[in-house]
Structures are given as C-alpha cells and as structure tokens.
Design a protein around this ligand. Structure first.
Ligand code: PLP
Length: 392
C-alpha cells in the first residue's frame, strides 16, 4: 500500500458529505431514506441567475479569468459589503474563490505557521479544524453548549488565547446551531480581543441572509470598526442564492493578507469558474426577492420542526436565529434508549430503523446533539418527524 503524508493522515473526510453519500447509496439500494443531512438549500438557483450564466456561456466567456475574480464581480462584492454591512473595501482587498470553503482554506494556508493556534468555538462547521490541521496549525476548541445558547463567553475566549494564538473564528449565524451573536455579545468579545492586537479575526458570514432574529445581521466589524485592519470577512453566494454547486465564495480583508491568499489560489486552483462568476455577479446585483422567498419557507419549517422535536420526551431543541439547521439536545433520550449510548449510535439507529439520515453532533464537536437540516420539503419534514417519534 502507498505511504501517505502525515498531513492527510491528520484529517478526516467531511462527515456531512459522508452522511449525504451514505443516504444516497442506501436510496440507490432501494431503501426509503429521508435526508435531513443536507448542507444546502433545496431550492433551485433562481432563473435570472441561471439565465445570466447561459448568456455567458453563449458569449464564449469560458476562458481563464484573473485569479482573484473578474473586476465587475469584485465591484459587485464591494458594493454588497458597503450596502449590506456598511464596510468599505477596495478591489485589491477582495478575493473570489471556488466556494467559501476555499476562502477559509486559502486563509489558513496563507496565515499559519506550524504550531500556530486558531480558536474555534464549538459547535463548529466541520471543516474549520481540519483546514487548520492541513495548514499545520493547531485548532483550539472552545465549547459552547446549549446552556449558553451555543455561544462562547468573553471569559472563555480570554482563557483560550495564548501567545501562539493567530486567529479567532466566528461563524454567526452558525452552522450547525443556527445561533447568532447579538451586537452586544460581539462587543463583549471585542473587549477581550482589544487586549490581543496580534490575534486576527475571521468572521464567516455565510448564513447572513438566512436570519430571523430581532436585531438583524451584525458581525464583529459592526461591533468594533477599529478591528478592520485585522479582520477578514468571509461570505459567498452558496447558501443565500441556492448556488452551492456553482462554487463561488468571496472574502475581504487587509490587502497584504488577501494578496497572500491569492498567491495560494494562483498555485492551486487559479480563478473560480468564469461562468459561475458571471452568475454570482447577477446574484449580488439582481433582484433580491429570491432570498425572502426562501427565508419565509425556512422559517415556517423551523417553527414546525422545533415544536415537533420539543414534543418528544427527551429532546430539547432551542429555536434558532437563522440558517436552515436545528440542533436539538438528545442527551435525555440517549439515557432512555436501551443499547444506544451516544449521538453517533443514535444517528446510525435512525438511518437504519427509521430511514432518516442526519448528522450526529459529535461531527461538529458537540456530542449529545444531532443536526437536522430543514432544507427539504415540508412533506419530507412531517414524514421524518413522524418516523423519529415512532422510532424513539
Ligand atoms: N462556512 C460555513 C459556516 C458553511 O456552513 C459552509 C458550507 O457548508 C461554508 C462556509 C462553505 O460554503 P461553500 O464552500 O459551499 O461556498
């Protein structure tokens, strides 16, 4: 057998993609499986976005572009940051990549030296720790359980910072919990960060538009404009415009950091797909009502699923601020069910016995929970909830 690098041996394949693949394989084998594992909206990409891509294709816009993205898309991104977030960026501060995943990957590769620490609140998006490991960095996980609404406290942040800390990652609203930090909570974290000027901050705003909290969307730069020189804002069109397969993410931050990330990109993937860039530009500059249509539907499903879950003895599910996930605590249920000791076994039990595929909380650094994606039809959700109730 082939001896592989220590680097690849240190990481695992994405557990969320694995569960989706497993559900697909079981379905192909004739099993009736309802998938609640998906990390993508179930809606089609809006027609006006698709039409612009078809036009780009017909016009022969099918060649290499600038590595960092076409100027017209970068202008649309700068405009988006200005109007949605009140943030000013020059084009040289913006990098377009093949999905939000590549944006963070570039960041880790450009920023981290061996042993550099990255503070990652848990529950976390599955890819952060592994992308840090792939850059020879050290993930420092700070646990924020349900009792603290899945949000870390300033004291926890302070305790996690060391002289090796290079980066602090905030993802709000969060995959997998759907929890969003308020402006006051971000200000409180800012009080800690102001004592550590060498710590960079990455705010992953991927779910910015899928939000129904009271205060509306805010990130750390809204709370602390003075952190602008050491903050990188990550975002993308995948979730907001149901464009996961198009692979367009973008970020903005200090020009020298963006330039370094662009070097990584230039020696790995080069420019993101030319046609997708045109589509992303249309998404950002065109009619935004497609977002509201999805939002209304997600909220309706959220309300239904949270209420149904909480009606089950042993399941405790917080309502979320946004995203298309809910993250119920099932610890009491695990205590009650014979032969099922943890969330991994519970997820296995549900897929085998109830035909419901979902991701165990352990994948996100939070055992005793499960992540349910509500990015599927109401009919599927009703059916899935009935099956879960039956199974437990
Ligand atoms: N950030 C978060 C928090 C996510 O949940 C995801 C996707 O699951 C991404 C970034 C990356 O999205 P993509 O690479 O599909 O644009």
């Amino acid at each position: 057998s082939i001896t592989l690098s220590n680097r690849v041996k240190a990481v695992k394949p994405s557990p969320t993609l694995a569960i989706t693949a497993r559900a697909a394989a079981m379905r192909a084998a004739g099993k009736d499986i309802i998938g609640l594992g998906a990390g993508e909206p179930d809606f089609d990409t809006p027609d006006h976005i698709k039409a612009s891509a078809v036009k780009a294709l017909d016009n022969g816009f099918t060649k290499y572009t600038a590595v960092d993205g076409i100027p017209s898309l970068k202008k649309a991104i700068a405009q988006k940051f200005k109007s949605d977030n009140g943030l000013d960026y020059e084009l040289k501060q913006i990098l377009v990549s093949s999905g939000g995943k590549q944006s963070f990957y570039n960041l880790a590769q450009a920023l981290l030296n061996p042993g550099d620490e990255v503070i990652i609140p848990a529950p976390y998006w599955v890819s952060y720790p592994d992308m840090v490991l792939l850059a020879d960095g050290v993930p420092v996980i700070v646990e924020a359980g349900q009792s603290q609404n899945f949000k870390i406290t300033p004291a926890q942040l302070r305790a996690a910072i060391s002289d090796k800390t290079r980066l602090f990652v905030i993802n709000s609203p969060s995959n997998p919990t759907g929890a969003a930090y308020s402006l006051d909570e971000l200000k409180a974290l800012g009080e800690v960060l102001q004592d550590y000027p060498n710590v960079l901050i990455a705010t992953d705003d991927m779910y910015e538009h899928i939000l129904w909290n009271k205060g509306g969307f805010v990130n750390i730069l809204n709370a602390r404009p003075d952190f602008y020189p050491r903050t990188i804002v990550l975002n993308g069109v995948s979730k907001a415009y149901s464009m996961t397969g198009w692979r367009i993410g973008y970020c903005a931050g200090p020009a020298d950091l963006i330039e370094a990330m662009c070097i990584i990109q230039s020696q790995s993937t080069s420019n993101p797909t030319s046609i997708s860039q045109v589509a992303a530009e249309t998404a950002l500059t065109g009619d935004q009502s497609c977002i509201d249509t999805m939002m209304v539907e997600f909220k309706k499903r959220h309300d239904f699923v949270v209420a149904e879950l909480n009606s089950v003895d042993g399941i405790d599910c917080l309502p979320t601020d946004g995203t298309f996930y809910v993250f119920p605590n099932v610890e009491k249920l695990l205590n009650r069910l014979d032969g099922i000791d943890d969330d991994l076994q519970f997820a296995e039990y549900l897929i085998e016995k109830a035909g419901v595929a979902l991701v165990p909380g352990s994948a996100f650094g939070c055992p005793g929970h499960i992540r349910i994606s509500i990015a599927t039809s109401m009919a599927n959700l009703e059916n899935a909830l009935a099956r879960i109730k039956q199974a437990v």
